[in-house]
Design a binder for this molecule. Structure first.
Ligand SMILES: Cc1cc2nc3c(=O)[nH]c(=O)nc-3n(C[C@H](O)[C@H](O)[C@H](O)COP(=O)(O)OP(=O)(O)OC[C@H]3O[C@@H](n4cnc5c(N)ncnc54)[C@H](O)[C@@H]3O)c2cc1C
Length: 307
């Protein structure tokens, strides 16, 4: 766990060290240090989880024994995730969850799920969502495979029919789950490994095109093939440089959003988008509520926030 703090058994690596390690591992085709538990949920639990939740879940994440899946997307709520309709209703010491998720990667192998559900249908859509963690064996969950065009079973649809989970499954505060879920996406989506793997695949594809004969020459002699490879190379390079940029912003000492390094105005980063999960070195600041974050709208993270 290169990105986890030492107190949780991690290597507490700096941002640039993490970037170099991840890039090398991904390019060489080695297993990437960090599954959805290590890379995504673990850091979020450290920020928003109770001590009990940390004790319960972090050891299994760290040892790799507990596999997690992500219940965010729904058939009608993809890019517009905040429109999600899966409901969680409080009933005594439990929540009762009903609804459907889609593209739930690895749900058929997962032991646990982290899931966003609507707990207040009358609130503005971002403010009525809560974040839950619970076992996939909970009665009422059905997993239905979605086989992709290559015949591979990675995705699933998952259905929730009166799924009862204890109230302690809630991470963070009720109706503030959007911000917990968004923090998790920050950790998930800022990542060099995709670009590094794409670079390696592109090199292999380029080699294949050089060596494969077609119409008396090699595939590479065809302008269409060369153009397509060039377009892929540009995209791969853009992805790599974007990751470097995010890491460099963090390495420059950015602590969202309370401390801005001096950037020329033309390159001033958007702090909301610049928080990289990979840049775990400045972790912890999302849980604090600098007044500049609120922008006059009240604290997004906690209703108990005093600032
Ligand atoms: C490999 C992979 C694994 C995934 N694993 C999971 C998982 O484990 N759990 C999970 O919950 N989800 C998962 N997802 C789902 C992923 O997060 C969704 O694909 C995402 O939520 C987008 O939703 P959608 O596919 O419904 O696309 P849509 O939201 O329907 O978007 C389709 C297209 O329309 C564009 N678009 C959408 N809205 C607008 C707009 N307002 N203006 C202009 N263009 C727009 C989008 O950019 C996109 O090109 C996974 C996806 C992939 C590719």
């Amino acid at each position: 766990m290169p990105q986890w703090p030492k107190e949780y058994g991690g290597a507490d690596m700096g941002i640039v060290e993490q970037l170099i390690l991840q890039e090398e591992m991904a390019y060489r085709g080695a297993p990437i240090p960090g599954t959805s538990g290590i890379r995504m949920l673990g850091p979020v639990l450290m920020l928003y989880g109770t001590e009990e939740q940390k004790r319960e879940h972090l050891p299994g994440i760290a040892s790799g024994e507990v596999i997690w899946c992500q219940g965010y997307s729904e058939p009608g709520s993809g890019s517009d995730l905040a429109s999600l309709q899966t409901r969680a209703v409080r009933d005594g010491d439990e929540y009762v969850i009903n609804g459907q998720k889609i593209w739930t990667s690895n749900a058929h192998r997962a032991d646990q799920i982290f899931l966003l559900a609507r707990t207040d249908p009358d609130a503005p859509k971002h403010r009525g969502i809560s974040f839950f963690v619970f076992p996939m064996k909970t009665p009422g969950i059905t997993v239905q495979p979605l086989i992709n065009l290559a015949g591979i079973h990675g995705f699933n649809q998952t259905f929730y029919d009166n799924v009862r989970v204890p109230a302690k499954s809630l991470v963070g505060e009720e109706n503030r789950g959007w911000y917990v879920g968004a923090a998790l996406l920050d950790f998930e989506r800022s990542n060099i490994s995709g670009a590094a793997m794409a670079k390696r695949s592109l090199e292999q594809l380029t080699q294949y095109c050089r060596e494969t004969k077609s119409d008396g020459g090699s595939l590479m002699s065809q302008p269409l093939v060369r153009n397509s490879l060039a377009a892929l190379a540009v995209e791969t390079e853009v992805g790599r440089l974007l990751s470097y940029r995010v890491a460099s912003i963090q390495a420059a000492g950015a602590r969202y959003p309370t401390k801005k390094p001096r950037w020329p105005s033309s390159t001033t980063p958007n702090w909301r988008n610049a928080w990289p999960g990979q840049a775990f070195g400045s972790w912890g600041c999302m849980a604090r509520c600098g007044p500049s974050r609120h922008a006059g709208r009240g604290c997004a993270v906690s209703s108990r926030c005093a600032t």
